[in-house]
Design a protein around this ligand. Structure first.
Ligand code: FEO
Length: 384
Protein backbone atom coordinates (compact mmCIF):
# COMPACT_ATOMS: atom_id res chain seq x y z
CA UNK A 1 0.00 0.00 0.00
CA UNK A 2 1.34 3.44 -0.96
CA UNK A 3 -0.22 6.83 -0.22
CA UNK A 4 -0.35 8.90 -3.41
CA UNK A 5 -2.25 11.83 -1.84
CA UNK A 6 -3.65 12.25 1.68
CA UNK A 7 -6.57 9.82 1.88
CA UNK A 8 -5.80 8.22 -1.50
CA UNK A 9 -3.84 4.98 -1.48
CA UNK A 10 -2.49 2.70 -4.16
CA UNK A 11 -3.51 -0.90 -3.43
CA UNK A 12 -2.72 -2.48 -6.81
CA UNK A 13 -0.84 -5.66 -7.71
CA UNK A 14 2.49 -6.16 -9.47
CA UNK A 15 2.58 -9.05 -11.95
CA UNK A 16 6.35 -8.89 -12.46
CA UNK A 17 6.62 -12.05 -14.54
CA UNK A 18 3.67 -11.75 -16.91
CA UNK A 19 5.07 -11.85 -20.43
CA UNK A 20 1.90 -11.81 -22.53
CA UNK A 21 -1.37 -9.94 -22.26
CA UNK A 22 -4.65 -11.06 -23.81
CA UNK A 23 -2.57 -13.74 -25.60
CA UNK A 24 -1.79 -10.94 -28.05
CA UNK A 25 0.59 -8.37 -26.60
CA UNK A 26 4.17 -8.90 -25.39
CA UNK A 27 4.78 -7.58 -21.88
CA UNK A 28 8.55 -7.88 -21.30
CA UNK A 29 8.40 -5.46 -18.35
CA UNK A 30 5.46 -7.15 -16.62
CA UNK A 31 2.00 -5.81 -15.83
CA UNK A 32 0.29 -4.05 -12.95
CA UNK A 33 -3.37 -4.05 -11.97
CA UNK A 34 -3.86 -0.72 -10.25
CA UNK A 35 -6.50 -0.33 -7.59
CA UNK A 36 -7.00 2.78 -5.47
CA UNK A 37 -8.53 3.24 -2.04
CA UNK A 38 -10.12 6.62 -1.28
CA UNK A 39 -11.01 7.44 2.30
CA UNK A 40 -13.39 10.34 2.84
CA UNK A 41 -14.69 11.60 6.19
CA UNK A 42 -17.93 9.67 5.84
CA UNK A 43 -17.37 6.94 3.28
CA UNK A 44 -14.67 4.85 1.62
CA UNK A 45 -14.43 3.81 -2.03
CA UNK A 46 -12.23 1.42 -3.95
CA UNK A 47 -11.51 2.20 -7.62
CA UNK A 48 -11.27 -1.06 -9.59
CA UNK A 49 -9.92 -4.34 -8.22
CA UNK A 50 -7.19 -6.69 -9.45
CA UNK A 51 -6.62 -9.83 -11.54
CA UNK A 52 -8.13 -12.89 -9.77
CA UNK A 53 -4.70 -14.39 -8.95
CA UNK A 54 -3.85 -11.33 -6.85
CA UNK A 55 -6.89 -11.25 -4.56
CA UNK A 56 -4.87 -12.24 -1.49
CA UNK A 57 -2.54 -9.26 -1.87
CA UNK A 58 -5.45 -6.85 -2.22
CA UNK A 59 -7.12 -8.31 0.88
CA UNK A 60 -3.87 -7.81 2.79
CA UNK A 61 -3.74 -4.16 1.69
CA UNK A 62 -7.34 -3.73 2.87
CA UNK A 63 -6.77 -5.43 6.26
CA UNK A 64 -7.35 -2.24 8.23
CA UNK A 65 -10.41 -1.20 6.23
CA UNK A 66 -13.43 -2.17 8.32
CA UNK A 67 -16.08 -0.68 6.05
CA UNK A 68 -16.06 -0.23 2.29
CA UNK A 69 -19.04 1.71 0.94
CA UNK A 70 -18.35 1.69 -2.79
CA UNK A 71 -16.47 -0.49 -5.24
CA UNK A 72 -16.18 1.56 -8.40
CA UNK A 73 -15.96 -0.66 -11.47
CA UNK A 74 -14.76 1.47 -14.35
CA UNK A 75 -14.48 -1.43 -16.81
CA UNK A 76 -15.50 -5.07 -16.45
CA UNK A 77 -12.56 -6.97 -17.95
CA UNK A 78 -11.30 -9.57 -15.49
CA UNK A 79 -7.97 -7.86 -14.80
CA UNK A 80 -9.98 -5.18 -12.98
CA UNK A 81 -12.93 -7.16 -11.62
CA UNK A 82 -11.29 -10.45 -10.63
CA UNK A 83 -11.45 -9.71 -6.91
CA UNK A 84 -15.02 -8.41 -6.95
CA UNK A 85 -16.87 -11.49 -5.59
CA UNK A 86 -14.43 -11.85 -2.70
CA UNK A 87 -14.70 -8.15 -1.83
CA UNK A 88 -18.50 -8.18 -1.98
CA UNK A 89 -18.45 -11.06 0.44
CA UNK A 90 -16.00 -9.36 2.80
CA UNK A 91 -17.85 -6.03 2.67
CA UNK A 92 -21.61 -6.79 2.61
CA UNK A 93 -22.47 -3.08 2.72
CA UNK A 94 -20.43 -2.22 -0.39
CA UNK A 95 -22.24 -1.12 -3.55
CA UNK A 96 -20.83 -1.68 -7.03
CA UNK A 97 -20.73 1.71 -8.74
CA UNK A 98 -20.79 1.38 -12.53
CA UNK A 99 -22.65 2.36 -15.68
CA UNK A 100 -25.63 0.26 -16.86
CA UNK A 101 -23.62 -1.45 -19.61
CA UNK A 102 -21.06 -2.57 -17.07
CA UNK A 103 -23.80 -4.16 -14.96
CA UNK A 104 -24.94 -6.17 -17.99
CA UNK A 105 -21.40 -7.37 -18.69
CA UNK A 106 -20.63 -8.11 -15.03
CA UNK A 107 -23.68 -10.35 -14.81
CA UNK A 108 -22.19 -12.47 -17.65
CA UNK A 109 -19.40 -13.33 -15.22
CA UNK A 110 -20.95 -13.14 -11.78
CA UNK A 111 -24.52 -13.71 -10.66
CA UNK A 112 -24.75 -10.76 -8.31
CA UNK A 113 -27.92 -9.57 -6.60
CA UNK A 114 -29.22 -6.42 -8.27
CA UNK A 115 -29.37 -4.58 -4.94
CA UNK A 116 -25.58 -4.64 -4.83
CA UNK A 117 -25.46 -2.23 -7.76
CA UNK A 118 -25.53 1.55 -7.82
CA UNK A 119 -25.87 2.50 -11.48
CA UNK A 120 -24.47 5.90 -12.40
CA UNK A 121 -24.86 8.04 -15.47
CA UNK A 122 -22.45 10.49 -17.06
CA UNK A 123 -21.81 13.36 -14.63
CA UNK A 124 -23.17 11.65 -11.50
CA UNK A 125 -21.21 12.10 -8.27
CA UNK A 126 -20.84 10.44 -4.89
CA UNK A 127 -19.83 12.36 -1.77
CA UNK A 128 -17.32 10.55 0.46
CA UNK A 129 -17.09 13.47 2.90
CA UNK A 130 -14.53 16.01 1.78
CA UNK A 131 -13.83 13.95 -1.30
CA UNK A 132 -16.16 13.93 -4.29
CA UNK A 133 -16.02 11.35 -7.06
CA UNK A 134 -17.65 12.26 -10.37
CA UNK A 135 -18.11 9.68 -13.12
CA UNK A 136 -17.88 10.27 -16.85
CA UNK A 137 -18.96 7.61 -19.31
CA UNK A 138 -16.17 7.08 -21.85
CA UNK A 139 -17.12 4.03 -23.89
CA UNK A 140 -14.55 2.11 -25.94
CA UNK A 141 -11.51 2.72 -23.77
CA UNK A 142 -11.44 -0.23 -23.81
CA UNK A 143 -14.98 -1.71 -23.93
CA UNK A 144 -18.48 -0.27 -24.23
CA UNK A 145 -18.76 -0.40 -20.43
CA UNK A 146 -16.00 2.06 -19.58
CA UNK A 147 -16.16 5.19 -17.44
CA UNK A 148 -13.54 7.35 -15.77
CA UNK A 149 -13.70 8.82 -12.27
CA UNK A 150 -12.64 12.31 -11.24
CA UNK A 151 -11.67 13.14 -7.66
CA UNK A 152 -12.30 16.86 -7.57
CA UNK A 153 -10.55 17.85 -4.34
CA UNK A 154 -7.29 16.11 -5.32
CA UNK A 155 -7.59 16.73 -9.07
CA UNK A 156 -6.98 13.05 -9.82
CA UNK A 157 -8.52 11.40 -12.87
CA UNK A 158 -8.80 7.62 -12.64
CA UNK A 159 -8.89 6.32 -16.21
CA UNK A 160 -8.71 2.51 -16.05
CA UNK A 161 -7.22 1.23 -19.36
CA UNK A 162 -7.03 4.69 -20.92
CA UNK A 163 -3.44 6.02 -20.66
CA UNK A 164 -2.34 2.64 -19.31
CA UNK A 165 1.06 1.04 -19.96
CA UNK A 166 2.44 -2.40 -19.27
CA UNK A 167 5.40 -1.64 -17.03
CA UNK A 168 5.61 -3.16 -13.58
CA UNK A 169 7.76 -0.96 -11.33
CA UNK A 170 7.51 0.09 -7.72
CA UNK A 171 8.22 3.71 -8.70
CA UNK A 172 4.57 4.65 -9.04
CA UNK A 173 4.98 7.94 -10.87
CA UNK A 174 6.00 8.21 -14.51
CA UNK A 175 7.73 11.57 -14.16
CA UNK A 176 9.46 12.26 -17.48
CA UNK A 177 10.45 8.62 -18.04
CA UNK A 178 10.20 8.12 -21.82
CA UNK A 179 9.89 4.34 -21.32
CA UNK A 180 6.41 4.90 -19.95
CA UNK A 181 5.30 6.83 -23.03
CA UNK A 182 6.82 4.13 -25.25
CA UNK A 183 4.94 1.42 -23.33
CA UNK A 184 1.75 3.51 -23.36
CA UNK A 185 2.06 3.78 -27.15
CA UNK A 186 2.38 0.00 -27.48
CA UNK A 187 -0.61 -0.45 -25.19
CA UNK A 188 -2.66 2.09 -27.13
CA UNK A 189 -1.60 0.45 -30.41
CA UNK A 190 -2.63 -3.08 -29.48
CA UNK A 191 -5.63 -2.37 -27.22
CA UNK A 192 -7.10 1.02 -28.10
CA UNK A 193 -6.24 1.93 -31.68
CA UNK A 194 -9.47 0.62 -33.25
CA UNK A 195 -11.41 3.15 -31.16
CA UNK A 196 -9.41 6.26 -31.98
CA UNK A 197 -12.44 8.25 -33.10
CA UNK A 198 -14.08 7.73 -29.70
CA UNK A 199 -10.84 8.52 -27.90
CA UNK A 200 -10.42 11.77 -29.81
CA UNK A 201 -13.73 12.99 -28.35
CA UNK A 202 -12.85 11.73 -24.86
CA UNK A 203 -9.52 13.59 -25.00
CA UNK A 204 -11.34 16.86 -25.55
CA UNK A 205 -13.46 16.28 -22.45
CA UNK A 206 -10.41 15.36 -20.40
CA UNK A 207 -8.44 18.38 -21.62
CA UNK A 208 -11.19 20.60 -20.22
CA UNK A 209 -10.83 19.09 -16.71
CA UNK A 210 -8.41 20.34 -14.08
CA UNK A 211 -6.19 17.30 -13.67
CA UNK A 212 -2.91 17.11 -11.73
CA UNK A 213 -2.58 13.34 -11.83
CA UNK A 214 -3.84 10.67 -14.21
CA UNK A 215 -4.16 7.36 -12.42
CA UNK A 216 -4.66 4.53 -14.92
CA UNK A 217 -5.27 0.91 -13.99
CA UNK A 218 -2.09 -0.36 -15.68
CA UNK A 219 1.43 0.96 -15.15
CA UNK A 220 2.80 4.15 -13.65
CA UNK A 221 0.67 7.18 -12.76
CA UNK A 222 1.06 10.23 -14.99
CA UNK A 223 2.10 13.12 -12.76
CA UNK A 224 2.75 15.19 -15.90
CA UNK A 225 -0.68 14.55 -17.44
CA UNK A 226 -0.21 17.00 -20.32
CA UNK A 227 2.57 14.79 -21.64
CA UNK A 228 0.53 11.62 -22.07
CA UNK A 229 -2.51 13.58 -23.29
CA UNK A 230 -0.36 15.21 -26.00
CA UNK A 231 1.03 11.81 -26.97
CA UNK A 232 -2.49 10.38 -27.22
CA UNK A 233 -3.54 13.35 -29.35
CA UNK A 234 -0.76 12.56 -31.81
CA UNK A 235 -1.51 8.83 -31.90
CA UNK A 236 -5.25 9.32 -32.42
CA UNK A 237 -4.82 11.99 -35.08
CA UNK A 238 -4.55 11.27 -38.82
CA UNK A 239 -0.92 12.37 -38.71
CA UNK A 240 1.61 9.78 -39.87
CA UNK A 241 5.37 9.72 -40.27
CA UNK A 242 7.54 9.51 -43.35
CA UNK A 243 7.55 5.75 -42.88
CA UNK A 244 6.82 2.61 -44.90
CA UNK A 245 6.09 -0.42 -42.75
CA UNK A 246 7.07 -3.71 -44.41
CA UNK A 247 5.79 -6.80 -42.54
CA UNK A 248 7.47 -9.71 -44.30
CA UNK A 249 8.35 -13.37 -44.18
CA UNK A 250 10.99 -15.11 -46.24
CA UNK A 251 11.47 -18.83 -46.82
CA UNK A 252 14.26 -19.11 -49.40
CA UNK A 253 15.59 -15.53 -49.24
CA UNK A 254 14.00 -14.23 -52.46
CA UNK A 255 11.37 -12.20 -50.56
CA UNK A 256 14.04 -10.92 -48.18
CA UNK A 257 16.14 -9.78 -51.14
CA UNK A 258 13.10 -8.01 -52.62
CA UNK A 259 12.49 -6.27 -49.31
CA UNK A 260 16.12 -5.16 -49.24
CA UNK A 261 15.87 -3.86 -52.81
CA UNK A 262 12.72 -1.93 -51.93
CA UNK A 263 14.37 -0.46 -48.84
CA UNK A 264 17.34 0.66 -50.96
CA UNK A 265 15.05 2.31 -53.50
CA UNK A 266 13.01 4.02 -50.77
CA UNK A 267 16.21 5.21 -49.10
CA UNK A 268 17.37 6.79 -52.38
CA UNK A 269 14.12 8.77 -52.35
CA UNK A 270 14.40 9.89 -48.74
CA UNK A 271 11.66 7.59 -47.46
CA UNK A 272 12.18 5.73 -44.19
CA UNK A 273 11.42 2.00 -44.22
CA UNK A 274 10.79 -0.37 -41.33
CA UNK A 275 10.95 -4.05 -42.35
CA UNK A 276 9.47 -6.32 -39.67
CA UNK A 277 10.30 -10.01 -39.94
CA UNK A 278 7.05 -11.78 -39.07
CA UNK A 279 8.69 -15.22 -38.70
CA UNK A 280 8.40 -14.46 -34.97
CA UNK A 281 5.60 -11.89 -34.85
CA UNK A 282 6.22 -8.89 -32.62
CA UNK A 283 2.70 -7.53 -32.23
CA UNK A 284 3.84 -4.51 -30.20
CA UNK A 285 6.14 -3.24 -32.97
CA UNK A 286 3.55 -4.06 -35.59
CA UNK A 287 0.85 -2.09 -33.73
CA UNK A 288 3.16 0.91 -33.26
CA UNK A 289 3.99 0.72 -36.95
CA UNK A 290 0.28 0.88 -37.75
CA UNK A 291 0.10 4.16 -35.79
CA UNK A 292 3.14 5.72 -37.47
CA UNK A 293 3.33 4.44 -41.05
CA UNK A 294 2.04 6.37 -44.03
CA UNK A 295 2.26 3.27 -46.25
CA UNK A 296 2.38 -0.50 -45.73
CA UNK A 297 3.96 -3.03 -48.07
CA UNK A 298 3.07 -6.66 -47.37
CA UNK A 299 5.90 -8.97 -48.44
CA UNK A 300 5.57 -12.73 -48.64
CA UNK A 301 6.55 -15.83 -50.52
CA UNK A 302 3.67 -17.79 -52.00
CA UNK A 303 2.72 -20.78 -49.87
CA UNK A 304 0.20 -23.16 -51.45
CA UNK A 305 -1.06 -20.41 -53.79
CA UNK A 306 -1.50 -17.84 -51.00
CA UNK A 307 0.54 -15.66 -48.67
CA UNK A 308 2.60 -17.06 -45.82
CA UNK A 309 0.33 -17.58 -42.75
CA UNK A 310 2.36 -15.15 -40.62
CA UNK A 311 1.90 -12.36 -43.16
CA UNK A 312 -1.80 -13.20 -43.29
CA UNK A 313 -1.82 -12.89 -39.50
CA UNK A 314 -0.23 -9.44 -39.75
CA UNK A 315 -2.85 -8.39 -42.29
CA UNK A 316 -5.69 -9.72 -40.12
CA UNK A 317 -4.20 -7.84 -37.18
CA UNK A 318 -4.10 -4.71 -39.34
CA UNK A 319 -7.73 -5.13 -40.29
CA UNK A 320 -8.56 -5.31 -36.59
CA UNK A 321 -6.32 -2.40 -35.50
CA UNK A 322 -7.20 -0.10 -38.41
CA UNK A 323 -3.81 1.36 -39.42
CA UNK A 324 -3.70 4.99 -40.50
CA UNK A 325 -1.90 4.11 -43.76
CA UNK A 326 -4.05 4.62 -46.83
CA UNK A 327 -1.40 3.43 -49.30
CA UNK A 328 -0.53 -0.28 -49.52
CA UNK A 329 1.14 -2.74 -51.86
CA UNK A 330 2.03 -6.42 -52.02
CA UNK A 331 5.40 -7.77 -53.07
CA UNK A 332 6.80 -11.28 -53.00
CA UNK A 333 8.03 -14.32 -54.74
CA UNK A 334 6.38 -17.38 -56.26
CA UNK A 335 7.18 -20.52 -58.18
CA UNK A 336 3.99 -20.96 -60.19
CA UNK A 337 0.41 -19.62 -59.70
CA UNK A 338 -0.62 -17.26 -56.91
CA UNK A 339 -3.72 -15.66 -55.43
CA UNK A 340 -1.59 -13.89 -52.83
CA UNK A 341 -2.35 -10.34 -53.93
CA UNK A 342 -6.12 -10.88 -53.96
CA UNK A 343 -5.92 -12.72 -50.64
CA UNK A 344 -3.97 -10.00 -48.82
CA UNK A 345 -5.86 -7.05 -50.27
CA UNK A 346 -9.13 -8.85 -49.53
CA UNK A 347 -8.29 -9.03 -45.82
CA UNK A 348 -7.92 -5.27 -45.41
CA UNK A 349 -11.46 -3.97 -45.14
CA UNK A 350 -10.68 -0.23 -45.29
CA UNK A 351 -12.28 1.04 -48.55
CA UNK A 352 -10.06 4.15 -48.44
CA UNK A 353 -6.87 2.15 -48.99
CA UNK A 354 -5.24 2.64 -52.37
CA UNK A 355 -3.24 -0.35 -53.61
CA UNK A 356 -0.18 0.32 -55.73
CA UNK A 357 0.98 -2.05 -58.47
CA UNK A 358 2.16 -5.31 -56.87
CA UNK A 359 5.58 -6.78 -57.58
CA UNK A 360 5.57 -10.58 -57.65
CA UNK A 361 8.77 -12.20 -58.89
CA UNK A 362 9.76 -15.77 -59.64
CA UNK A 363 12.64 -17.16 -57.62
CA UNK A 364 15.63 -14.95 -56.91
CA UNK A 365 14.90 -11.30 -57.82
CA UNK A 366 16.88 -9.93 -60.75
CA UNK A 367 17.06 -6.67 -62.66
CA UNK A 368 13.43 -6.90 -63.78
CA UNK A 369 12.23 -7.05 -60.17
CA UNK A 370 14.68 -4.31 -59.15
CA UNK A 371 13.16 -2.04 -61.78
CA UNK A 372 9.61 -2.87 -60.67
CA UNK A 373 10.53 -2.23 -57.03
CA UNK A 374 12.13 1.07 -58.01
CA UNK A 375 8.85 2.04 -59.68
CA UNK A 376 6.95 1.02 -56.55
CA UNK A 377 9.32 3.07 -54.38
CA UNK A 378 8.82 6.01 -56.72
CA UNK A 379 5.01 5.66 -56.53
CA UNK A 380 5.19 5.53 -52.74
CA UNK A 381 7.48 8.56 -52.54
CA UNK A 382 5.03 10.52 -54.72
CA UNK A 383 2.36 9.89 -52.06
CA UNK A 384 4.55 11.27 -49.27
FE1 FEO B 1 -7.13 -3.75 -18.40
FE2 FEO B 1 -9.52 -3.88 -20.82
O1 FEO B 1 -8.67 -4.39 -19.24
Amino acid sequence: MHEIKPGVQYVGAFDWNRRNFDSMMQTPDGVTYNSYLIKGETATALIDTVEPRFVEGLLKDLEGVRRLDYIVIQHTEQDHTGALPVLLNKYPEAKIVCVAKAQTLLQYWFDLPTDRYMIVKDGDSIDLGGKTLTFYAMPWVHWADTMVSYLKEDRILFTCDLFGAHIAQNELFAGDDERVITAAKQYYGVIMAPYRNFITKHLERIAAMEVDLIAPSHGPLHDQPAKVIAAYREWTSDATRNLVLIPYVTMHDSTRLMVEMLVEELTKRGVTALPLDMATPDTNRLAVGFIDAKAIVWASPVVMAGAHPNVLYAALFANYLKPKAKVMAVIGSMGWGSKMVEQLTGIIGDPKVEYLEPVIGKGIPREKEREALALLAESISQKF
